[in-house]
Design a protein around this ligand. Structure first.
Ligand SMILES: C[S@@+](CC[C@H](N)C(=O)[O-])C[C@H]1O[C@@H](n2cnc3c(N)ncnc32)[C@H](O)[C@@H]1O
Length: 214
């Protein structure tokens, strides 16, 4: 048996051990997440990976609810294990795809969305898969409150420039655009990917997208 197979075999029991923090049927909580997490403000992180940022954000915002969405169970289990070890109660983990967000959340249910180091999908023919593509931004706009916002970070300058172009034709305006987060001195919770890029000296790009007032 390959190492990969052995790892996969182990995922079930590990996820089971994290069950207090896992939400198996997110669609059942659509429109009820705030009540479920007993919070006034609800945040979503898309593509949480191994969950360093998720844990840091949950700990820093104990009065807010945080949902971490990730489509790869091998990654999300590591994220959930981190939160279990810390005993945090304001975060939940969902195995799922951003393409299905409208099944999980009601219109206006989210206050903030985090997208950190999403896959750049470098080929032009795959542009629609980028999580900052205009169709995704339209979905996010519908799920966010009137004052809702998206915080986006990436090491990939081409993806960042693409995001700024997509924001320009979306229901958001770009604020606090930053091309070198470390140099900016802004407070920052790093992700696993971010730490790798920072170690290589790669500048990190960041933008806040604020919903336009109608
Ligand atoms: C490059 S990794 C970055 C992980 C983490 N955010 C970080 O910065 O360390 C991108 C992550 O997003 C997840 N992902 C990509 N597309 C997704 C989608 N459509 N829905 C949910 N997760 C997705 C991938 O499985 C992967 O874990």
């Amino acid at each position: 048996m390959s190492v990969r197979m052995r790892k996969k075999k182990n995922i079930g029991p590990r996820l089971e051990a994290c069950s207090p923090l896992m939400v198996e049927n997110p669609a059942e909580l659509k429109g009820k997440w705030r009540e479920f997490l007993k919070c006034d403000k609800l945040m979503l992180e898309i593509g949480c990976g191994k969950g360093k940022f998720t844990l840091g954000t949950a700990l820093q915002n104990p009065d807010r609810g945080l949902i971490a969405l990730e489509r790869v169970s091998e990654a999300i289990v590591m994220a959930a294990e981190k939160a279990m070890a810390e005993g945090v109660t304001n975060v939940r983990y969902v195995i799922g795809d951003a393409a299905n967000l409208a099944e999980f959340f009601a219109p206006g249910e989210l206050d903030r969305i985090y997208i950190n180091f999403c896959d750049p999908w470098v080929k032009k023919k795959h542009a629609k898969r980028r999580l900052v593509y205009r169709d995704f931004l339209k979905t996010y706009a519908g799920l966010l409150t009137e004052d809702g916002e998206i915080f986006f970070k990436t090491d990939n300058r081409l993806l960042f420039d693409f995001a700024l172009e997509e924001i320009a034709v979306s229901d958001f305006i770009a604020e606090n655009i930053c091309y070198d987060l470390a140099a900016s001195g802004m407070p920052n919770i790093t992700t696993e990917y971010e730490e790798k890029f920072m170690a290589l000296g790669t500048p990190i790009n960041r933008v806040e997208m604020k919903k336009k007032k109608i």
